[in-house]
Every structure is written in C-alpha cells, then in structure tokens.
Write a protein that binds this ligand. Structure first.
Ligand code: EPZ
Length: 415
C-alpha cells in the first residue's frame, strides 16, 4: 500500500499544468457507449477512476486504447449491458453507464452503488428520471434492472440539481421519442461539456448551462472527438495550497470555473492575478479567516471544502465552513486534528480555530478530496507526515506528489 511522506514547512513557488477534468471525462466515456463506432477523447487524466471506467467499458464489450492522455473507445461490439457490483462499488460514477446502455439496448443491469466514506449517496433521482422516460426499473439483489422498448421524452424535475442524475438522464433522453425537459438540472462545467459532446454526436440539447435543459430526441448519433476541459478542482486544490504556502500558478485553467474560489482567496489577503487562462495565487502577509458555504455551481464547490478547512487552520482567527451539498462530508476533520488543528463539526458545519500549531503526524486518507486536504495540512505542518491509503488520492489526482514537488515541497511516495 503506497504512502505519501511529507516533510512540511517548505514554501511553494512555481507553475502547475492541469489534467483534464475527472468529472467531465467519466460521463463522456460512458456517453461513448451510445454510438456504434470509435470515440477519441484527448486530455484524459491518468487516474484510478478513468482506468476503472475503461475496465467497465471493456466488460460491456467495448474496446479501449489509452496512449498517454489520449483514449480511443470503440463501442461497435458492446453487447453485454451489465455493470457488476465488484467494479461499481469501487467507483460510484460507474452508474453513469445505466442511461446510455438503456438508451442503446433497451435494457441495462447496473449494481446499485454503495455509500462512500461520508455516508449514503442515493440515486433515487436517476431512477425516478428513467421511469419518467418510460423505463421499468426494479431492484434485484442489489442490482438496478432497467427496461424500455423505446424511451419517451417527458418533463423531469429534480428536487436537487444532481450532477450524476442530470448526466444519466441526458444520455438516456438524447435518442428518446420526443422532447425531454430537465428542470432544476445541474449547471456544472462538466455537465455543460457532456451536453456539448452529445450535441457534437448529433443530439439536440438546448438550455446548456442553465437549470432548464431541453433534449429533442434524435434517431442517430455518430462518434466524434473531444478534448476534456481542465480540472477546476485540481486547479482549486493547488491554488489553495498557494494561498497557504507561497505562490502557485495553474496553467491553462478556466478562470470562469473558479470565480467564487478566487473571490474567497482574495478575501484571505492573497493576491490573485490572471493572464489569459493562467491563474496565479500568491499568499498574503497573513491568512485572514474567511467563512465558506458550499453550493452547486457556480457557488463554492463541495469538492474544495476539505482543502479550504486545511487552509483555515492557519488563519489569523476562527472561521466556519458549511457544506450544503453533502451534510456529512467531514471525514478529513479527525485526521486534520491529528496535526494539532482544532476543528469541531456540528451537523454540516465545521468551526475551525485559527493559528493552529500544526505538527506532522501519520494520517489516513478517506476519500479523494480529504486526501488533498491532508497533503495541504502536511505541507503546512512542522516535521514529518505520513499519509496512508493514498489509493484514494490516485482516484482523482494524476502525479500529485510530483506536481507539489516541482513547486518546492518535500514530498515523496513510498511504494
Ligand atoms: C458529482 O457526484 C461528483 N462526482 C462529485 O465529485 C461532486 O462532489 C458532486 O457531483 C457534487 O458536485 C462526479 O462527477 C463523478 P450529486 P454526484 O448527484 O453526481 C443528492 C469528487 O471528489 N442526491 O450532484 O454523485 C446527493 O446525496 C466527487 O470528484 C440524491 O439525493 O453528486 C448529494 O447530497 C465526490 N439523490 C446531492 O444530491 C440522487 O439520485 C448532490 O449529489 C442523486 C443525488
């Protein structure tokens, strides 16, 4: 089991290249199942999750070829619309294959994803949406079985703008009979790119980037190429580290995807400068306390909540972080407190004492973004930190320790 070792205290200075967005490439890989041909996806990040999705596409009969950050998926011979439990349980995004497999084959059998480190993560909106499109959905020994001779467009409204449910319903609706309206749809950039990708395949989607998306069903889709947008959460992770420890520039980012984070970083006293698509954050003389409340896009992302809490342990005074998207996404707090932080959680609110005297310690990753907060904590702490269960971080970050090392961090991986 790999470990990451950090000797904390080094200032960070330098530039980081970003990978393609994990949360854009996963649904787009699933969408390649809709066509009888080869899809070429470039700027694919080399992650555990993308490799898991490749395994899943091959299990259903697809052929995948990954060369560096280029991926070719041939879905011509896809013939087994089944996603098994032992694979789905390792990556919840596997559930994205349900919509496209149902749309293409009229049936699909996908294991119900389990919970994750921070609690149950239901898929009821996905299932209700598919039923609204005319599918018969049943649960059979932990597997969702969906059947529909022909999906029919309908008006679907989500109680919460779920990213995954929006993606699944989009992929199911593009070849349905008639028009589908998704009300209270997710507006995340990753969903916008999925819509644009589907349209380049021949779909007719409008309202992209709004909470009301219309999908006019078409009969045929054809394969096309796509280059994945930069990963805004990877970018935000490095920019928060810059505000904590020096000066970090992320190259070829999308400033528009990070507006709220950049505003919050400026409020800490950090200096933000943008030139074209390059975003630079330089730590202020002190780190001022700034409260954050996560929201769906374009609000402050829940996927940067853990990293913000790590930063706030070094603020001049106390702060509060509230997660309105996942009310129990705080498994990183107990680990950060092992560094000597003083963070209390009540319901979905974390109260962080500032000016913590952080000392390196052995800590344990529990999920992708919690791991990132432990790296930031270890970089800020005095002395040695050892992070175990780093397979979590490899799910969502490509070469993270090499990138931090190039910024001046004393960080290595122990195989
Ligand atoms: C996506 O997860 C991301 N994953 C998550 O990133 C991200 O945290 C999340 O969106 C929110 O932005 C991928 O894109 C692969 P949701 P998803 O459906 O689709 C509730 C990371 O670290 N809900 O928008 O699963 C749900 O419980 C990962 O990269 C239902 O109640 O998130 C949650 O409270 C972690 N029923 C809220 O909606 C449903 O059917 C948002 O979930 C679906 C969701």
């Amino acid at each position: 089991m790999d470990k990451i070792i950090i000797n904390g205290g080094n200032p960070l200075k330098g530039k980081v290249t970003l990978g393609g967005a994990k949360n854009a490439v996963l649904p787009i890989m699933a969408a390649s199942l809709l066509v009888d041909g080869t899809t070429h996806i470039s700027r694919v990040p080399d992650l555990r999750d993308t490799r898991t999705m490749i395994k899943l596409l091959e299990l259903v009969g697809g052929k995948a070829h990954l060369e560096g950050n280029d991926l070719w998926i041939d879905s011509k011979h896809v013939n087994k619309p089944v996603a098994p439990y032992d694979l789905v349980k390792t990556m919840r995004a596997s559930f994205y294959v349900l919509g496209p497999l149902l749309a293409r084959f009229g049936e699909a059998k996908v294991s119900l994803p389990g919970g994750c480190a921070w609690g149950p993560r239901p898929v009821d909106y996905h299932l209700q949406g598919l039923e609204m499109l005319g599918a018969k959905v049943t649960l059979e020994s932990g597997y969702i079985r969906a059947k529909a001779k022909r999906l029919k467009g309908n008006h679907i409204r989500f109680d919460f703008p779920s990213v995954g449910a929006t993606g699944n319903i989009l992929m199911a609706a593009v070849t349905a009979d008639g028009t589908t309206e998704i009300e209270n749809a997710a507006r995340e950039p990753e969903i916008m790119q999925l819509c644009q990708f589907l349209n380049s395949m021949g779909a007719k989607i409008s309202g992209i980037g709004t909470h009301k998306i219309f999908i006019k069903g078409v009969n045929d889709l054809s394969p096309c190429d796509v280059s994945i947008i930069p990963d805004r959460i990877e970018a935000g992770t490095f920019l928060i580290a810059g505000a904590a420890l020096g000066e970090v520039t992320v190259l070829e980012g999308e400033p528009d995807h990070l507006k709220v984070l950049l505003e919050k970083l400026e409020q800490t006293g950090a200096n933000i400068s943008i030139s074209g698509k390059d975003i630079c954050v330089r730590k202020g003389d002190v780190i001022l306390p700034v409260d954050v409340e996560t929201e769906v896009f374009p609000g402050y992302p829940t996927d940067l909540q853990a990293q913000w809490i790590a930063l706030m342990t070094k603020a001049e005074s106390d702060s509060v972080v509230t997660d309105t998207v996942y009310h129990d996404r705080f498994s990183h707090v107990a680990e950060l407190n092992r560094f000597g932080a003083d963070i209390r959680v009540l319901k979905n609110v974390a109260s962080i004492k500032g000016k913590a005297d952080l000392v390196g310690a052995p800590v344990m990753s529990t999920d992708i973004r919690a791991s990132a907060s432990l790296i930031i904590g270890g970089l800020m702490a005095k002395g040695k930190t050892e992070i175990s269960r780093v397979y979590h971080i490899d799910r969502g970050y490509e070469n993270i320790e090499e990138k931090f090392s190039s910024l001046g961090a004393d960080i290595t991986r122990l195989n």
